[in-house]
Design a protein around this ligand. Structure first.
Ligand code: IYR
Length: 220
């Protein structure tokens, strides 16, 4: 075990009004985030993706193990290969693997097995979870892996929105084709495939509503 130094950490004490204003202005930004399915092919600098990934990786994780890995796919050839593999799985999902109830829930969103966004978006970020680390001494278990990677993914899509871009939290299922195509190490499992970019000019999103505060929160 490594003994860690502990360093002070303080936040300035704000007025109640400042706290409310800060919280509200962040909410006002985040409530405009939308998942899109129609991407422009306009280029996005790699440096933007680097900062987005640094933000994702600043998320808390069980015992600070940071049990995640990201693969950024930007080459047209690799995006094409991934699109074909994802569409192969999705065709089986939409034509038998998903229940009628599931298909009913998706119908208003207008999704289908065709995934052009996997080629249109300038970058795809594949998110992997690591149940264990491979070390010279053998396998070392990570903790709260699903929770940790979920938190990092939340930071990731918030950073994408904050930068001025859009994302799609895509979950082609099963996703092991990504591990194979990208030749990932044996301790990594793909959990999300996130196209990042600007919306296409003709991009539209369903007019959905988020639950209001009384539907999601109870106060004790
Ligand atoms: N993975 C499929 C189906 C799908 C499932 C859910 I839950 C969604 O919110 C959207 C789509 C697909 O990507 O089409």
């Amino acid at each position: 075990m490594i003994n860690l130094d502990f360093i002070p950490h303080r936040r300035p004490i704000l007025t109640d009004e400042e706290l409310v204003n800060n919280a509200k202005s962040f909410y006002d930004q985040m409530k405009n985030r939308r998942t899109i399915r129609h991407f422009s092919n306009k280029k996005v600098p790699k440096e933007v993706i680097e900062y987005i990934l640094k933000t994702a990786s600043s998320a808390p994780s069980g015992a600070n193990k940071q049990p995640w890995a990201f693969a950024v796919i930007s080459s047209p050839e690799m995006k094409h290969t991934i699109r074909l593999a994802a569409e192969k799985e999705e065709e089986q999902n939409y034509n038998g693997r998903m229940s009628e109830a599931w298909l009913d829930d998706l119908r208003p969103l207008g999704t289908d097995a065709n995934k052009p966004f996997l080629e249109d978006a300038p970058h795809l970020i594949a998110v992997f979870k690591k149940a264990y680390e491979i070390t010279p001494e053998g396998k070392k278990k990570n903790y709260y892996v699903n929770e940790s990677v979920g938190l990092a993914a939340g930071f990731l899509i918030s950073a994408i929105h904050q930068a001025g871009l859009c994302s799609l939290t895509h979950t082609p299922s099963p996703m092991n084709f990504l591990e194979k195509i990208l030749q990932r190490p044996p301790n990594e499992r793909a959990v999300l495939l996130i196209p990042v970019g600007y919306p296409a000019e003709e991009a539209i999103v369903p007019d959905i509503r988020k639950k209001n505060i009384d539907e999601i929160a109870a106060w004790y």
